[in-house]
Design a protein around this ligand. Structure first.
Ligand SMILES: C[S@@+](CC[C@H](N)C(=O)[O-])C[C@H]1O[C@@H](n2cnc3c(N)ncnc32)[C@H](O)[C@@H]1O
Length: 411
């Protein structure tokens, strides 16, 4: 059992005066942050260091304030989302009084005061003066519809499952689930056999999930920044009227849209495939054709250059994943490839970004994020092989895994 030892700053380590200086510099940074926050290696390094510093520097009392209260952050964000506070404050030209906000939102003033103070204490809004509120940086971020949808998804869709996971694992003697119909989510939401059917029956929940799909993997780089799409797909493939890009389980078409926008030279047909209910919300994208399908039963487009699977196989344990891949394999032509756009978990010191995704898969779908070794096992078990892996985000392990058919195997 480990006991708490207060940090000692003697010897060669930092002294208290060094920490004071570091704190002053950070305070100055907070007071005058860079004008625009964009991809920058130094910024990312500093942020990572600050996050890692917290569990190293806090006392037990501070840790007790942080970890047990961590669900309160999303709870507060969801209340603000429901009251539309982020949008209201972000579009107001002047700070708003509590009375004005009570009138706009319909919330009782006394209660609203407490909620606003709570939100300000977490930097989600700015407490400009006593009873006076304005937007903070986070307020603006939470007005982005896809990011706001993430707040709704993790409360309305996943919230009960998140809280149910410890009990679920205890009751299952800490064995990996392998079935989407037997998860912490289904324990907490027995009204449907699994989460996708549950969301299919709840239009608003499906809408927030689909919106969130447009942001949950927002990274500094997109897959198309790293994968040589032009060389591999636009060049040298007999196109004309042939299918060139098939987004299998592509949701509402974010990636078809991105491909068509970035590669106007792309010849051939682009297909968005998903379930009928999901396709009802498909984005209007010129050049994108929609095909309703069930990827466990069929692959209606034969001989396409690319079968693209983004965030699909991580939703499923090996057995259903093998069905999805085998069906695609059976319609692949000589030049077809599968692009799996998913996470590859580092064997050592995987980042929180990918590990919290792994826990999401565990609790909601009885599935997992895979290491490279696990990906190879999976694809090789159905007569395919991994040709190359292009990682485009280290923390998330986001990668394009290029998969081809093993030669000489019959269909
Ligand atoms: C995690 S989402 C990924 C969506 C999209 N690829 C993206 O990255 O934004 C999983 C998708 O699989 C679809 N899906 C689930 N079961 C399916 C099935 N049996 N056949 C076809 N699509 C399915 C869902 O509707 C959803 O759009």
């Amino acid at each position: 059992m480990s006991t708490y030892t207060p940090l000692s700053y003697n010897g060669e380590g930092y002294g208290w005066s060094d920490l004071d200086e570091l704190a002053s510099r950070l305070e100055a940074l907070v007071a005058r942050p860079p004008e625009s926050i964009a991809e920058n290696a130094s910024r990312k390094r500093l942020l990572e260091a600050m996050k890692r510093a917290i569990p190293e520097l806090e006392t037990p009392a501070e840790a007790a304030q942080r970890v047990p209260y961590s669900p309160f952050e999303i709870m507060g964000a969801k209340i603000a989302y429901d009251l539309d506070l982020f949008n209201i404050l972000n579009r107001s030209e002047n700070p708003q009084s509590t009375s004005a906000l009570a009138q706009i939102t319909g919330a009782e003033k006394e209660l609203l005061t407490r909620l606003l103070k709570f939100l300000a204490s977490m930097s989600m809004i700015d407490e400009v003066g006593v009873g006076l509120w304005g937007p903070s940086r986070l307020t603006g971020i939470f007005t982005v519809p896809t990011i706001a949808a993430g707040i709704a998804h993790h409360t309305d869709n996943l919230g009960t499952g998140i809280l149910a996971l410890p009990g679920y694992l205890r009751r299952h003697n800490y064995r990996s689930p392998s079935n989407i119909t037997d998860t912490a989510f289904t324990d907490a939401n027995p009204s449907a056999p699994h989460i996708f059917e549950w969301m299919g029956k709840n239009t608003e929940n499906l809408r927030t999930f689909m919106l969130w799909m447009g942001a949950h993997r927002l990274r500094d780089k997109e897959w198309l920044d790293v994968f040589p799409f032009h060389d591999v797909v636009c060049n040298g493939f007999e196109t004309g009227n042939t299918p060139v890009f098939v987004d299998v389980g592509g949701g509402i078409g974010h990636q078809c849209k991105a491909v068509l926008a970035r590669y106007p030279e792309l010849k051939g047909r682009v297909f968005l495939e998903d379930e009928t209910e999901t396709l009802k919300g498909a984005l209007p994208v010129p050049g994108m054709e929609t095909v309703a399908m069930d990827f466990f039963k069929t692959q209606p487009i034969r001989g396409a250059r690319v079968y693209y699977l983004r965030s699909i196989l991580h939703d499923w344990s090996d057995s259903p994943s093998r069905i999805i891949l085998s069906i695609i394999r059976s319609v692949m032509g000589q030049e077809s490839i599968i692009l799996i756009d998913d996470h590859v978990v580092a064997e050592l010191k995987a980042h929180k970004t990918v590990m919290q995704m792994d826990m999401t898969m565990l609790l909601a779908l009885g599935a997992e994020e895979r290491t490279e070794r696990r990906w190879r096992q999976l694809v090789e078990s159905v007569g395919l092989f991994i040709d190359q892996i292009y990682c485009y985000d280290e923390q998330g392990g986001d990668s394009i895994i290029v998969v081809k058919r093993k030669k000489g195997l019959s269909e």
